[in-house]
Design a protein around this ligand. Structure first.
Ligand SMILES: CC(=O)SCCNC(=O)CCNC(=O)[C@H](O)C(C)(C)COP(=O)(O)OP(=O)(O)OC[C@H]1O[C@@H](n2cnc3c(N)ncnc32)[C@H](O)[C@@H]1OP(=O)(O)O
Ligand SMILES: O=C(O)CCC(=O)C(=O)O
Ligand SMILES: [Mg+2]
Length: 460
């Protein structure tokens, strides 16, 4: 199956309310996306602002120097000046969009269907004359009269576009309809390749993207963490996992998705929820006793793919949903031997405690000591813990710093406090090098003025 990813984090993703990337961040994100192997990077719409222009220019330079290998695209309205700006900075391809539904023609460009075809043909040809490869985007394609959409696609193709993006701009497709639409277009308008640009307004963007691929689309548009207008588009990490699972196609280096997701969380200021697929904190964390007993025997019982595929590891939590297999395993990991009767007694205590969200290892040891009447000696901890006190700059909104800190991997708790410091962060790391990295990440958050780190030596 031929399919690749166009990542639009730097264009569609930056259309998320509140998201603004600096030039340096744009370049770093583009480099990270190229490193994991995305086929195309939609680096922005250069005519929008001087910093986007400069960011794309630097990305194009890295492409020329061989540091970036993905094809670099610039977005453009069907306006000659926009095309000229894209051509000036020598992107590999210009992506010219035009709203083709009657709603868009009437309310935005105030054109007739016939005149719109002329505009599309003229601007696509103009871009080709400037030596650019062209993708034409039929914006709002999925609310466009089908016969007219075919005319639009033929017009763009005949004017020189070699790709056509079918945009489900307001996210109203569902999979069956998507597959039919793409199969139809591939048959009716051959000689071009198709992209799917699926918005997630009805929560079906990923499913629609897969259906489009089945119908013949060869490029799926995605953004890291699903950023984009309103509720965003296809999240890169989910579509990459789905394409691997269903079609055995590896469109990007799957084990690097978590670090790219964290990078974009950091720079966008938009954190993903813990239950977000693939890269969310809980994506491979189990809870119910039946599930944990299953995964301890064979992780495939409750995991569709191994967490290691995505550079992650599995875990489980202990609370009233826990069963004896999970508890036995947890104590064994702690290096504490309890017999079946003692384990049962610990379990009874856990089940009878109301409202406890998680039993940490220290809580479990405390209960076990109470039950057995022995002083238990757990294995030395395999991780180090530290408390980092953070001072924010003046005129900084502390809560926004708190939010940014809370998404840094390794940060377990963030508390706003009174006194000399503004925020306290609890950090866990597997060794001092990792701890150092987490502290560096904390210090690089915008608004952080200074930090003071204390290692936790003992917990009572
Ligand atoms: C579905 C999508 O996400 S498509 C991508 C959308 N991207 C953007 O909007 C990028 C950010 N936009 C901007 O910075 C600005 O809107 C600009 C620079 C593009 C244009 O700014 P302005 O000239 O001030 O116009 P404004 O944004 O208010 O209105 C849009 C104008 O573009 C026209 N237009 C809209 N889409 C298109 C198009 N695809 N092709 C040609 N013209 C278009 C509108 O008709 C309107 O024209 P008018 O000025 O003659 O009324
Ligand atoms: O250029 C594209 O492919 C899509 C444009 C867009 O963002 C949309 O229609 O939602
Ligand atoms: Mg869009």
């Amino acid at each position: 199956m031929k399919v690749g990813i166009l990542d639009s984090t730097l264009r569609e993703g930056e259309q998320t309310p509140g998201v603004v990337f600096t030039i340096e961040q744009r370049v770093e994100i583009a480099k990270a996306l190229s490193d994991i192997g995305v086929s195309m990077i939609e680096a922005g719409h250069p005519a929008v602002s001087p910093d986007i222009y400069e960011g794309i220019k630097r990305i194009v330079k890295l492409k020329r120097e061989g540091e970036i290998t993905s094809e670099i695209l610039g977005h453009s309205r069907a306006v000659k000046r926009d095309v000229e700006v894209a051509s000036e900075i020598e992107v590999d391809r210009v992506a010219i969009f035009y709203g083709v539904s009657d709603i868009h023609l009437k309310a935005k460009t105030k054109t007739t269907r016939e005149d719109a075809l002329n505009v599309i043909a003229e601007v696509v040809r103009y871009a080709r004359e400037h030596g650019l490869k062209v993708r034409f985007t039929a914006e709002d394609a999925t609310r466009t009269d089908l016969d007219y959409l075919v005319k639009v696609a033929k017009t763009a193709r005949d004017a020189g576009a070699d790709r056509i993006s079918i945009a489900d701009t307001v996210g109203i497709l569902y999979p069956t309809k998507t597959r039919e639409l793409f199969s139809y277009l591939v048959k009716e308008v051959p000689g071009v390749e198709y992209d799917i640009h699926a918005h997630n307004d009805l929560g079906m963007a990923v499913a629609n993207a897969l259906a489009a691929v089945e119908g013949g689309a060869t490029i799926v548009h995605a953004t890291v963490n699903g950023l984009g207008e309103r509720v965003g588009i296809v999240p890169l990490q989910i579509i990459a996992a789905a394409l691997k699972y269903h079609f055995n196609v590896e469109v990007v280096k799957l084990d690097k998705l978590t670090s790219v997701s964290s990078l974009v969380e950091k720079y966008s200021g938009i954190s993903i929820p813990p239950n977000f697929p693939i890269t969310g904190d809980y994506a491979f964390v189990h809870k119910a006793g039946v599930h944990v007993a299953g995964i301890l025997n064979d992780p495939r019982t409750y995991e569709f793919m191994a967490p290691e595929t995505f550079g992650r590891s599995r875990d489980y939590v202990i609370d009233k949903y826990t069963g004896k297999h999970a508890l036995k395993d947890r104590f064994e990991r702690l290096g504490v031997k309890l017999d079946d009767r003692e384990l049962e007694q610990v379990l009874v205590k856990i089940k009878s405690s109301q409202g406890t969200r998680y039993f940490r290892d220290v809580d479990l040891l405390e209960i076990a000591e109470e039950v057995t009447g022995k002083v238990l000696k757990p294995r030395p901890p395999e991780k180090i813990e530290a408390v980092v006190s953070v001072k924010c700059g003046s005129n900084v909104y502390t809560t926004s710093v708190t939010r940014r800190l809370s998404i840094i991997p390794g940060v377990k708790e963030v508390m706003e406090i009174s006194g000399d410091y503004d925020i306290v962060v609890r950090v866990e790391a597997k060794d001092s090098t990792e701890l150092n990295n987490v502290i560096e990440n904390i210090r690089s958050v915008k608004g952080v003025e200074s930090t003071l780190t204390s290692l936790i030596l003992k917990r009572m």
